[in-house]
Structure formats: structure tokens, C-alpha cells
Design a protein around this ligand. Sequence first.
Ligand code: ADP
Ligand code: MG
Length: 343
Amino acid sequence: MRRSRLVTLLVSLLLILFTGCSRPVPSRSEFVLGTVCSVNLYNRGNQKVYREIFARLREIENLMSANLDDSDPGRINNAAGIEAVEVHPDTIAVLKRAVRFAALTGGAFDPTVGPLVKLWGIGSDAGRIPGEEEVAAVLPLINWRDMVIDEAVNTVFLKRRGMRLDLGAIAKGYAADEAARIIKAAGIKRALIDLGGNILVLGAGRNGGRGSWRVGIQNPLEGRGAYFGIAEVADKTLVTSGVYERFFESGGRKYHHILSTRDGYPVDNGLLSVTVIGDSSIDADTLSTSLFALGYEAGSALAESLDNTEAVFVFTDLGIRGTSGAFESFTITDDGFRILTGP
Ligand code: ADP
Ligand code: MG
């Protein structure tokens, strides 16, 4: 019963939203930024706004993908150890945000993680377990302090040959904020943005009233769109990072895509996922990866220190812990999961 209901809901939406009685304008979905991106403009949505949003998402992909030679990271990477490269001011803004979180996490989050991402074949069909010597060889290349940003002239320089930027943990958050900006500028008050599970809800969920949206929280044991709980929020962004995205299996082990900048292997700290609920999607995206990489102790301390930021941590035994305000708007809907209290 529960399963069949789940399947029905899954088919109807990538992420489950209960939006009250108003009838949604059909949403638009496209494959961009390496994932399925959907936008639903409930009020006064029109094709022109959809076109503008998806054109902007594509522009961000072309500007910020690490896998394109002529993107900003592509050009910066190709000039690593050689020269500084002039980039778009948007890239500078994203990199400054990345640097802020790299500093806050002591480098657990690091935008120069690129050599490791490449080595593990993350985001490609060629995922593989690298040899220990290969890992040891690239680790010294990962250090955000060796990235020089000159805001006066919009240039970026990676000091050493072989260094590589990777904005995979942050670009979708930036893109969601950009989509929201376009929607607000068009005078649309209510919308859902879902960039591959990176969710941003604008306005009230129910009929223009003061109601909240009901947003499913990704179940880290299942594919994208399955949820284990629901957050009731308005004007918020929810971003989950976890072991369920971009992983491969070998010898009965799962190798996922959030890499430890300390040992060079997929982070292995008893967590299955971290969901961040906040106001800025670029921050929530960066933080979900950051908190996952930091682990529960340091991660929850960091989240508590930031304004308007809540986080939900899911452990391998399906226990859940959250920041002090996390459960105010949160209900578990899958009884396989349980909230842990106490130490
Ligand atoms: P998703 O792609 O599912 O939204 P994340 O936002 O957590 O997931 O980003 C994961 C991506 O971030 C990886 O695919 C990789 O490109 C990059 N990445 C992996 N480890 C790190 C790290 N320690 N610091 C910064 N970026 C990382
Ligand atoms: Mg992220």
C-alpha cells in the first residue's frame, strides 16, 4: 500500500509537492546542468519566462561546467600554473562564495577538488577506483589557497600545473537563485524550481494564502525524488547531498561522489545524506556538500553558527539528527527513519 502510493506520487513529480487547490500551469523540464531541471510557474507563468529561465540555466552551464574547454573553469584549468585568465564576473561571484565555504570548512569543501573528481571519473561513464599512488599524486594539487582571484580585473589563476576547478557542488545552487531572480523580476509570486533535487520554492504553497509548501526530503536509500519526510516551508531552498547521486559500485561497495580532500576517497563518516534548508540556494548547495564532507559533529556546529540555516543529517542506520530548528517544520513520513535524540 505504502509502496504503491509512493510510486504514484513519484511518477507525478520529481519531488513531491502538495500545492493546495490552484491548478498549476504545466511545468517545464529540460536536461541542463548535468541533470533534469524543472520549473513550475503557478501564477501568470508564460512561455517567455520559461524560455528566459532555461536560456539562463544553459548559459550558466556553458560558463561554469568543468567539462567544457571553453567554459571559465575549463580555461582556468588549462592555464593552471601558466597564467591568470579573465572570466565572467558571475564566475568570480561564485568562486568567492566557494572560497568562503572552503575557509569555513577548513578545506573539507574545496572548489579545487577537480583533479580528484577527474581521477574517480565522477560525472562520466568511466567511474573507477584509482590506485593509491594515483590518489597520493593528486592530493597535493587540491588547495583553494592556491587559487588567486583578482576582482579588480576579473581574473583567476591556479598556481600549479595540474590544478583543476570543479564547481559541481555549487553551480546548481547559483542557477536556482538566478532562476528565482528571473521569476521575481517577471512579477510572478509563486513558483517551484527543482534543479535535479536542488529545490527552491517561491511564495506561499497554497492558493496565494499564507500556507507553506510541502516539500519532500530526499530518501538517500532510493533514487532521486523518493522522500522520507516532508518539510513545510515558504520562500526557502532545500538542497540534499548524499550517497545516492552519481555513484558506482565495485566489489560490493558503493563509491559516491563527495570526496574527502584529506584522504582522496569518497567521504565515509556514517552519513547517508545531509539536507540544508535555507534562504540562498548557492549557500545551501555549497553547505550540503560541505556538511556532508565535515561529518555530523563539525557540520552541525557550522550550520548552527549560520543564520537562517537548518540541516537534517541522515545516518547509515536511518537515524536522523538535525540542527536546533530543523524539526519545527519537518515530519517523517517513512517509518523506516527515526529522529535520534540525546548524544
Ligand atoms: P549533487 O551533484 O548531487 O547536487 P553536490 O552538490 O553534493 O551534489 O556536489 C557534488 C559534486 O561536488 C561532485 O560531483 C564533485 O563535482 C564536487 N565535489 C566532490 N567532493 C567535493 C568537495 N570535497 N568539495 C567541493 N566539491 C566537491
Ligand atoms: Mg552541493
